[in-house]
Design a binder for this molecule. Structure first.
Ligand code: ZN
Length: 152
């Protein structure tokens, strides 16, 4: 496993649309392992492949309940609305107020190509929406309400 470099706001790759993963091979497994290690090292709760420079539809999330790997994730259901103070490893040192669904349901594949379904409420709902946005070149700063705040 290896720590990968995290791209930051201003890098063009972060604004591009990622392509679906079609090969469920060792390379994908290595990428997901590296993404998890990179995310944990940076004390993040989520990381998307474009943040490490790869335009592939893969994300990892860990809100403290164990790692979740989502390949080709699609949001199939949302409900409710919550205010949240979001941050992003690609926007270091900042936070900002957003509104996200209170509950989000995602269908995806695991690293072997098996179908999986994840339901998230609260922080997990935010993380699912935030990371999947990255796959379409969207960042939370696009939907932030008011100014970005310095992280305490
Ligand atoms: Zn992010």
């Amino acid at each position: 496993m290896a720590i990968r470099n995290i791209l930051t706001l201003g890098e063009e790759t972060l604004r591009k649309k990622s392509r679906p993963v079609t090969d469920f091979n060792e390379k994908l497994g290595a990428l997901l392992d590296d993404m998890l290690e990179t995310m944990h090292e940076a004390n993040g709760v989520g990381l998307a492949a474009p943040q490490v420079g790869l335009l592939r539809r893969a994300v990892v999330i860990d809100i403290g309940e164990g790692p979740i790997e989502l390949v080709n994730p699609v949001i199939v259901e949302t409900s409710g609305r919550q205010a949240f103070e979001e941050g992003c490893l690609s926007v270091p040192g900042k936070r900002g107020l957003t509104h996200r669904p209170e509950r989000t349901v995602v269908e995806a594949q695991d690293r072997h190509g098996n179908p999986i379904r994840v339901e998230g409420e609260g922080l997990l709902s935010v993380a699912l929406c935030h990371e999947i946005d990255h796959l379409d070149g969207k960042l939370y700063v696009d939907i932030v309400e008011g100014e970005l705040m310095e992280e305490e």
